[in-house]
Write a protein that binds this ligand. Structure first.
Ligand code: URA
Length: 444
């Protein structure tokens, strides 16, 4: 009878204390609270919300429902980056080796794609042999040896969150800011970080499209970090169009390798450098943003970021030959150009339609247990605002077969809108949020 009075209290707008959250989450992780009661509580939280102390207590309770990484013996600062997710968002794959190559330990725990958004783990697993399911002791050993590990949420990290997140997904209670913030931060705080950078996406393809909701999520996670002694800063970045050109797992890995060779698309590089600068500043290894930018550019031009990626791939059992030979990545048997059906301005490239197109090609998931085809997807070379002629190539479709090509054509026909005039897209990086407040972003 632990849960019923708490559900009732939250339903009526009351508060749940820290010790109650702890008992509830431990009991839930141990299988002693039925899902229907947690579903009812999640819905009560969805409508009533949680205050800062309650959100902190819930985060703590989920964090301590499982194991945590103790990295306090490592001398280097330990910084991770978390993105709220999007289409073509492959930044983590570039950022982790880039920042690690500059003397920061990066324990990066990522997720799988679900719905229209992609996931870092799926992208990494398109590298033949790459293991993302490291145990915690393996993760610690790899961090000691090379300073970076790219892993998934192991069963022993925040098990209460793992169960609750799946339940929220099935009960339409994901979109509650305190629940999202507690869920993300319970996993991030389990990594034993000394700082965290958040990439909060806004725009039609974002998990929370509205700017004010994105800002509120950023502030809530920053408060949680502050209350747990982990400094957090957030950048708000645009997800009203895909990031970069490649959308689909192995295509994105190939784009990341190109980016680490200095040939990345400008939007992808700008977001990567902006987030990287924040990671390096939090780590205290650079003087200012200009210094950070210079050092990241040198890490790319000298090949040291790419060499670091190669070490990570080798350490995690992957075929590092993909660095020099993209042909070792899974390749789709069919590829075909998508051309402009009319002349005009590219008014929109809808990330949700692109993401759903990848799912329709077999490259994404609608349920957690779905298996993804790593080879399929799109490379979209057109950008919003481009003036195009009828018949001009805008994208390439990568599919398993002819039927897949037709599916891809339909998806891009819906996603890429050509009109007589275009609307300006969202600023690529709009705001920087810290403990002291919100500022308009300006990276010079
Ligand atoms: N990602 C998470 O890990 N948790 C949420 O609640 C939402 C997104």
């Amino acid at each position: 009878m632990l849960a019923r009075p708490l559900i009732e209290r939250k339903r009526d707008g009351g508060r749940i204390s820290a010790s109650e959250w702890r008992r509830l989450m431990n009991a839930y992780a141990a299988g002693n609270i039925p899902d229907y009661q947690m579903a009812a509580l999640s819905m009560a939280i969805y409508f009533r919300g949680l205050d800062r102390d309650e959100t902190g207590a819930l985060t703590d309770a989920m964090l301590h429902s499982g194991a945590t990484l103790d990295l306090s013996h490592l001398k280097q600062p330990r910084i991770d980056k978390h993105s709220t997710g999007g289409v073509g968002d492959k930044v983590s794959l570039i950022l982790a080796p880039l920042v690690a190559s500059l003397g920061v330990t990066v324990p990066m725990m990522s997720g799988r794609g679900l719905g229209h958004t992609g996931g870092t783990l799926d992208k990494l697993e398109s590298i033949p042999g790459f293991r993302t399911a490291l145990t915690l002791p393996e993760t610690v050993r790899q961090l000691e040896a090379i300073g970076c590990a790219l892993i998934g949420q192991t069963g022993d990290i925040a098990p209460a969150d793992r169960r609750l997140y799946a339940l929220r997904d099935a009960t339409a209670t994901v979109e509650s800011i305190p629940l999202i913030a507690a869920s993300i931060m319970s996993k991030k705080l389990a990594e034993g970080l000394t700082g965290l950078v958040l990439d909060v996406k806004v725009g039609s393809g974002a998990f929370l499209p509205e700017l004010d909701r994105g800002l509120e999520l950023a502030r809530t996670m920053i408060d949680l970090g502050t209350d747990h002694g982990c400094p957090v800063i957030a950048l708000l970045t645009a997800m009203d169009r895909p990031l970069g050109r490649a959308c689909g797992n192995s295509l994105e890995v190939e784009e990341c390798i190109m980016a680490m060779r200095g040939e990345g698309p400008p939007d992808l590089m700008r977001v990567t450098y902006a987030l990287g600068a924040e990671m390096l500043l939090l780590a205290g290894v650079v003087r200012d943003r200009d210094d950070a930018r210079r050092r990241m550019e040198v890490a790319i031009s000298s090949g040291s970021a790419l060499a670091y990626f190669q070490r990570i791939i080798e350490a995690q059992g992957g075929d590092a030959g993909v660095i020099d030979d993209a042909g070792l990545l899974p390749e789709a048997p069919e590829c075909e150009l998508f051309v402009a059906p009319r002349g005009g301005v590219v008014a929109r490239i809808d990330p949700r339609a692109v993401g759903h197109g990848i799912i329709a090609l077999g490259g994404g998931r609608t349920r957690v247990e779905d298996v993804v085809d790593p080879a399929v997807g799109f490379v979209i070379t057109a950008r919003p605002g481009d003036v195009v002629r009828a018949g001009e190539p805008l994208a390439t479709i990568y599919a398993r077969d002819e039927a897949g090509v037709a599916v891809g054509m339909r998806a891009l026909g819906e996603a890429i809108v050509i009109a007589d005039e275009g609307e300006p897209p969202l600023p690529l990086i709009s705001h920087r949020v810290t403990e002291s407040g919100v500022e308009i972003y300006n990276d010079g």
